[in-house]
Design a protein around this ligand. Sequence first.
Ligand code: LLP
Length: 440
Amino acid sequence: MLHTNLSVNPEGHLTFAGMDTVRLCEKYGTPLLLLDEDRVRQNLRTYLRTMREVFGAGSFPCYASKALSFTGIYKIVAEEGAGVDLVSPGELYTAARARFPLSRAFFHGNNKTDEDIRYALEAGVGYFVVDNAEELAALEKLCQSRDTQQKILLRLTPGIDPHTHAKISTGKVDSKFGVAIETGQAMELVRRTLDCPHIHLAGFHCHVGSQCFDSQPFIDAAAIMLDFMTKVRDRFGLTADILNLGGGYGVRYVDAHPSIDIADNIRLVARRIRETCAALSFPQPRILLEPGRSIVADAGLTLYTCGSVKTIPGYKSYVSVDGGMTDNPRYALYQAPYTVLNASRAAAPADLTATIAGRCCESGDLIQENVTLPTPARGDRIAVLVTGAYNYSMASNYNRIPRPPIVLLHDGQDRLAVRRESFEDLVRNDLCEELAAEPS
Ligand code: LLP
């Protein structure tokens, strides 16, 4: 099986985190997102342990919560002692509701409004990751009016192309995020920052891309960032304390993907950082990483119910399921590969090659094409593996389809962590009934 938390029981049902997925479908209905809590914790601990070991006590991972955001995940991350990357006031609100210690939060975003900035200051976010000169000026002004000082990192683009899918590559010079080192704009932003009395420049941030299977982009980015930090010291006398290298390690969605050892990769990056610092005579800063996908992806599994198998002779077969692009838009957006299994007959021979189609009124609503699986009957449960990252967090209500629930699995127990959206939830913000009831 693709990951160690998957197996097949004597009934021929797919198990996940040691639990019978078909039974869980009976209990919670479908579509259903299962999250293996123990796997999330293990993934976090790999980063926590390795980073402490190779970079020292002040270095830790900040979970990039855009990958999967709900109150329960912030509680898990807080318990494990990691930091968090928040990219919007909505994520900040969710983390605050979970009582996440916001001193360990990094507030991102390439277009923070004044209202966002005020809200994050009020909430006591530890660090702002400042994206641009306008944001810097707005932050300085708001801090001045509150008579506070705010720690920040400046987001820079080191000009690295990690060769991943174009839409998820963010470290190139022409990125919409951050300011470029190459053009001189980054150095100019440092100068401006040092003129802001209410801002403390704690360090620098970059993020090269996502779903990267080797460490070269991180090593290259670190070298460029450390060179820049040395120039900042030489020019302004500031020895910055933090270098945040962003997220991006890849996960195995299908057999053809490699399975990478995160700890070994971090050790390799650490060795190269030590060498670079020595060559530059620059003291090694605290290193932070922002893994999202590699924390939650393989901890997630989505279950659907098959409604029909339609074979168009001479063309293709469709297996239709009761979810689709509303709970997982990644095939529609990126042609992202996924492994699909028949959870009800996991031990049967795979005898049908089909396209797995969602229920939306949209031809592009596909979960995957060219999947070979045991022919499903109506009512069989269909499992899509490795759906913990960027599925629920990118879900929509297109066609007024409610979002699925999230069930946490821990120690052989299942616990509802996010309930299924109801039809009532779908109309909660619709006002026409009230409008109709008002006297004209
Ligand atoms: N830090 C920053 C600043 C980021 O922009 C991202 C992801 C991360 C950390 C986490 O990267 P990860 O470890 O998850 O690769 N929706 C796309 C992924 C977009 C990633 C955007 N930034 C997808 O479904 O593949």
